[in-house]
Structure formats: C-alpha cells, structure tokens
Ligand binder design. Structure first.
Ligand code: BYC
Ligand code: FE
Ligand code: FE
Length: 474
C-alpha cells in the first residue's frame, strides 16, 4: 500500500526524504491498522469523533480539533524542537554533547527501555477496548477515544525510534509490540499493570489518574536522556499526557461530586443506601484507589536497582526534572531508605543515590498523586462529611522490590497472610464491589446526558458546550 507520508503521517522528521525508513514503516503500518481494527476500540469506528490531532509541534498545530473517524486518524511522528548544543544533564558524562545516534555500548539498554515504553501504549488501548459499550456520556466516550488514539500515536513514536535507529532488531521489536497482548496467557504485555483488565469506567478513571501519571514520570525521566531523539520524542508525548491525567482527575472528581450530592440528599453515608440510589460509595472508591495505586507502585521497579544505577551513570535515563536536583552526578552520594530487616521489621538503611533512582522517581510520583487526593478530600469536607481518601503505603501489595511478598495492610503495617485474606474485601475491591460497579455501567449516548453515577463536567472540550455531540450518533 503506497502512502503519501506528508499527508498520511504528519511528521517533523523529514520522513518524505528517508526511503529506508519509509519502507520499514510501509511494512509496519498495515499491521498497525489490522491491530487497531482487531484490538482497538470496539464499536464507533465508523463514527465521526471530535478529536485532537497533532499536525506540528508549535502552539498552533499540536492541537488541531475536528471530526475524524478513528481508523482515519493521522498518527503523526513528532519530536520536540532540537535544542542547540544540548549537553548531557546527569551521570558520568555530565556536560558532554548529547548523542544523535545510538552509541554501540548502550544499544541494548536503550532498545529495552524503548520497547518497555512502547509496549505500554497499545497495551492500554487493548485494556480499554470495550469501554465504549458502557460510556456514561458522549463527552466521556470522546475522551476515551482521544486517549486511545494518542496512545496509538505514542506507539508510533516508539516504533519510529526502533525503525530509525535500531536496524533489523528494531524492526523485529516493532512487530512484537503488536504481537504481545494485554492479559494474554502466553504472550502478555511486559509490565504487570498493563495486563489488568479495565472493564468498567471507575477503573478507567483510576487508570488514567494513576497509571498515565506513571507515564508522565517515566517520560520525564526519558526526556532527560542523552540519546537526543528519545528525549525529544518523550518531551512531545508529555504535552498529550496532560489530557489523559485530566480525564482521570476530572472523572474521579465527578464521581465524588455525584456521590456527595446523593449523600446530602439522603442524609446518609451508608454504602447500602447509596448503592440503592445508584451512586459509588466512597469506601468502594477507596478500595479501587488501593488497587490501582499499589499496582502502579511496581511500575517504578525495585527500590535498589543496578539497572537504574547503570542507566543513570551512563546518561541513558535520568530523573524527572533533573535540574531540580543539586547534584547531577551523584558519584559517591548516599541516601537513606526504609527496608525490611531480618527480624520482620522496618529499618533505615543506606544505599547509593544511583542505585536508588527508581525510589526517587516513585517518591516524586507519589507527591504528584497526592495533589488530586487533597482536592477530593476538600470536596468531601466542604460537603460536611467525615471521609478521607488516602493513598495506601508504598509497601502495600507489592510484587517488585524490597516489599514484594511481604504482607501488609494499606497503612503498610505487617500482617499475616491469613489476616490479609480475611480482610481482603476491606482493602481491595471485592467480587461484589466489582459486580455492583458493573451493574451501573449502562451506555448513555444522548448529547449532554450523564449516567446517574457521575456528575456532568464543568466544561466541554476545546470550549465546546458540554452537550455537544462529541461522537456523531445521528
Ligand atoms: N511488572 O532493576 P529493576 C505509560 C522488571 S507508563 C513487571 O527494578 P528497572 C503509559 C524489570 O523490567 C510508563 N516487571 O528494573 C501509561 C526488571 O526486569 P529484568 C511506561 C517489572 O529496569 C498509561 C525487574 O523487574 N514506561 O507510558 O530499574 C497508558 C526488576 O528490575 C515491573 C516505562 O516503564 C512491573 N511493574 O526499572 C499508556 C519506561 N517493574 O530487566 C502508557 C521504560 C519492573 O531484570 N521502562 N519490572 O528482566 C523502564 O524505565 C524500566 O524498565 C522500569 C523498571 C522502570 C519499568
Ligand atoms: Fe502514552
Ligand atoms: Fe497516556
């Protein structure tokens, strides 16, 4: 299939003049479309959706809005503008020029990171593929599809790097990105969270709040990379990521608002009564927070990681907002960190800063997660109720790192496996919680109408009214 690259694939990498790259993408593009049709959003593929498309990286072009059918979306390839004379910002080679090509000695590490990043993008589309059937409004349906097409574009961004800089193995990795599938028994996605099902909208909003925010922090770390094309790609991806987290934060806010309105109306916080009234009680919401937040804790890797120490030392992967740190080399510096001791207790231990990079990124992420939580708690308090939403301890329910397989409650206190099992439904969504949330999921597609469990948004997309027909149904 011949495609006109300037037309079909908006880009700022001079694709039109790179025959080799064009051939590689020409081979991959129809496979991507097949994958999109088979494992992308189910339904609505022939509908006009009010979508944002990036057509350039400047303020004017990066957010072009218009009606598009999803399979016709122009998945573009954009790198943030090149910074002249950019130098390496951290590690042993601090201050030397950044790399425009992949240094041989870092090739496999860079490929692994790009593949891991790339793998999450289609994974999330697969996880979310059935949500259109139960959208709470056209506004939400459109936001779901916006997130989906942009995750598709993020896949393109990583595939571009693999094709342009990694030769034959890059092409093979690009194929494999379409072969692994979320939740598959024999060929799953690489990272745990991306194999968890997202079959209702409460989990979708939790995922876009917590998991897309992991995306923000990983992309920020990769945007510091000395491999300049990777840094520039991730920098541009971050502009899109903001919308994904907005979807999560406003989604959860709107659920809480709706619940608080019912609580005020019925003068109760009794979950059973609120469930009869068709809203999501706050203890249930808390259990979904516990689930998704703890799953995302693992996405940062082990607290002490030689991988992370090496990628930092070699300039391959930095820390988010590296400039805010005082020391960009951290040659012999140490940090304190909580770790389990042999007596089954917690002790403070000393590790090198370089080996603790994952923990530093995780700490910055947790702080960012708190911002929305504080806002939600303010809403609850203002409505005159006593409930406080809390992020669980980073020790809770871990599978990677120090705390893997150490059983704790959400506060991070050690408990026996027997107690955990007994109190499971207090900590995490139970079968009946999930069944209840599923029972609420009914498709609402009348412009401006909302499902009963969620409040209307304060404003529409791109200054359009909230009752705009964001997905054309007529
Ligand atoms: N599940 O030294 P460690 C996004 C592996 S989200 C399963 O601690 P390292 C998005 C790890 O690979 C952002 N396995 O790891 C969001 C290692 O295995 P190997 C995605 C896991 O290398 C929403 C071992 O355990 N981007 O964009 O320091 C929608 C422990 O090694 C997990 C990235 O992650 C897990 N959760 O750090 C759409 C950036 N965690 O190598 C999109 C690229 C760790 O010993 N990835 N492991 O076999 C990385 O930077 C690093 O690979 C990690 C791990 C931070 C993930
Ligand atoms: Fe993404
Ligand atoms: Fe995202």
């Amino acid at each position: 299939m011949a495609i006109n690259y300037q037309e079909r694939i908006p880009n700022n990498v001079d694709l039109g003049n790179d025959r080799r790259l064009q051939r590689a993408l020409e081979h991959w593009q129809p496979r991507f479309i097949d994958w999109w049709q088979e494992l992308g959003p189910e339904g609505f593929q022939m509908r006009d959706v009010y979508l944002r498309t990036a057509t350039s990286v400047d303020a004017k072009g990066w957010a072009t809005f218009g009606a598009v059918k999803m399979p016709d979306y122009r998945w573009g390839i954009f790198l943030a503008d090149q910074e002249k004379d950019r130098t390496i910002g951290f590690g042993d080679d601090f201050g030397k020029p950044v790399w425009q090509q992949v240094p041989g000695e870092h090739r496999s590490t860079l490929r692994r990171l790009i593949v891991t990043q790339g793998d999450t993008e289609p994974a999330s589309v697969e996880q979310q593929r059935l949500l259109g059937k139960t959208c709470p409004s056209l506004f939400d349906l459109r936001n779901l599809f916006q997130v989906n097409v942009e995750e598709g574009r993020h896949l393109w961004a990583m595939v571009y790097l693999l094709h342009a800089y990694f030769g034959r193995d890059g092409r093979e990795e690009a194929e494999d990105l379409l072969m692994r599938h979320s939740g598959s028994e024999d060929n799953p996605r690489i990272l745990g969270t991306f194999n968890e099902p997202i079959s209702e909208w409460l989990s979708f909003f939790m995922f876009t709040y917590f998991t897309d925010r992991d995306g923000k922090y990983q992309l920020k770390s990769l945007a510091e990379s000395s491999f300049d094309p990777l840094a520039r790609t991730c920098q541009f991806m971050l502009t899109e990521e903001a919308h994904h987290m907005y979807v999560g934060e406003t989604g959860i806010t709107r659920i809480i608002k709706r619940t608080l309105a019912k609580m005020a109306e019925l003068k109760t916080d009794d979950p059973a009564v609120l469930r009869k009234a068709g809203v999501i009680d706050l203890p249930t919401l808390q259990r979904f927070v516990n689930f998704w937040f703890s799953s995302c804790m693992d996405l940062f890797g082990a607290e002490v990681s030689s991988n992370a120490a090496i990628t930092f030392a070699t300039g391959v992967k930095g820390r988010p907002d590296e400039r805010v740190f005082e020391d960009h080399v951290e040659r012999d510096t140490v940090m304190e960190i909580e770790m389990p001791d042999d007596a089954g207790d917690i002790r403070l231990g000393e590790i090198t800063v370089r080996s603790g990079i994952n923990e530093q990124v995780r700490t910055a992420y947790i702080k960012d997660c708190m911002v929305g939580v504080i806002r939600w708690n303010r809403l609850i308090k203002k409505a005159g109720f006593e409930f406080t939403i809390e992020l669980p301890s980073s020790r809770f329910r871990r599978q990677i790192g120090f705390w893997a397989n150490i059983v704790t409650d959400p506060k991070g206190e050690f408990i026996s496996a027997e107690e955990f099992n007994r109190r499971h439904d207090e900590f995490l969504p139970s079968e009946s919680d999930r069944a209840y949330i599923h029972s609420l999921m009914q498709q609402v597609v009348e412009p401006g109408k909302m499902a009963g469990w969620i409040a209307a948004p304060d404003r529409g997309i791109n200054n359009m009214p909230t009752d705009y027909e964001y997905v054309h149904m007529s």
